[in-house]
Design a protein around this ligand. Structure first.
Ligand code: SF4
Length: 300
């Protein structure tokens, strides 16, 4: 389970670590101190330094997977981009572990935000360049794009380095528990991609990607510097690929529509041929059969 809460104390981060969370995510909003303070004139988020040093405290509290993000559009994007990379560099230098993920939200219309009043908004081409440059500069990190972006923008950015996308997101508080009537909705932002998870999964497969539901690294304790070294050397893909195929198989069995299942079964059959190790392929093949027979939760 990933947790996204406001900046807090080392003790509170330790409690989250003890509870066994996956990644702790906190967006910076803007790295520009003056703008930050102007946007948060009062309230618990007002203190720029306390907010900006949250990841340091999280690491001191023992959380070794943290997720960064900046809200592009609040300030000049070059400043934010440099701030984001410097933040990643700092975490690596100070703790030996860079960001597990980087999110790239950008200002969009919401109940109380009109993007037209922020004149630092970035167009799709600039946004694409930013994503590509982050991918090159921080090659080991997972990059997240939300349903705020349209299907076509998400498709373009997937090719440039995005590795995690959401599907069927709800952005109102409690939105997953019960549907609010349209006129009472108070959403954090508008969702531009309204497809169901099943549609998103099928779309990814039709683009040639393997949608993976794998969380094996957390479950196996492969986090922090252990994860970083496997990731930087590329060895992690020996786990990722079979894990992706096995978790996809579970999804297909338990949740997918018949059409998605058909596309997925074909993809799994083809992709199994690309598993480099004969031994891993043989074990994964056996496990795929077991998943079909009702067993679950296999991982490398
Ligand atoms: S094995 Fe790969 S896909 Fe699975 S959690 Fe680890 S890095 Fe992610």
């Amino acid at each position: 389970m990933n947790v996204n809460i406001a900046a807090t104390t080392v003790e509170n981060y330790r409690k989250l670590r003890d509870a066994g969370i996956g990644t702790y995510i906190l967006f910076q909003e803007t790295y520009h101190k003056e703008s930050y303070e102007k946007l948060h004139p009062t309230g618990p988020k007002h203190n720029y330094c306390y907010h900006t040093e949250a990841m340091d405290r999280a690491m001191q509290g023992g959380i070794d997977d943290v997720g960064l993000g900046v809200l592009f559009g609040l300030e000049l994007y070059r400043y934010e981009f440099a701030g984001l990379l410097m933040h990643a560099e700092h975490l690596e230098a100070a703790f030996g572990v860079g960001p597990h993920t980087i999110s790239v939200p950008r200002i969009k219309r919401a109940d109380d935000i009109d993007p037209n009043v922020f004149d630092n908004g970035i167009d799709d081409d600039t946004f694409a360049k930013i994503v590509a440059c982050i991918r090159i500069a921080v090659p080991y990190t997972g990059m997240i794009i939300s349903t705020r972006e349209s299907k076509s923008v998400r498709e373009r950015l997937l090719h440039l380095g995005i590795s995690q996308i959401s599907g069927a997101s709800k952005t109102s508080v409690g939105g997953y528990a019960e549907e609010e009537p349209e006129d009472e909705k108070s959403e954090q932002f508008d969702v531009s991609d309204n497809r169901t998870l099943d549609e998103v999964v099928r779309w990814l497969m039709e683009q040639g990607y393997i949608p993976s539901f794998c969380t094996a690294c957390y479950r196996e304790g492969r986090t922090g510097d252990r994860f970083m070294s496997l990731c930087k050397s590329g060895q992690i893909q020996n786990c990722c690929q079979p894990n992706a195929l096995m978790t996809l198989k579970e999804y297909l069995m338990d949740y997918a529509s018949p059409k998605t299942r058909e596309v997925g079964e074909r993809l799994i059959e083809n992709e199994m041929k690309n598993v480099a190790s004969d031994k891993v392929r043989a074990i994964a093949t056996e496990r795929l059969i077991k998943i079909e027979q009702g067993e679950r939760d296999f991982r490398f």
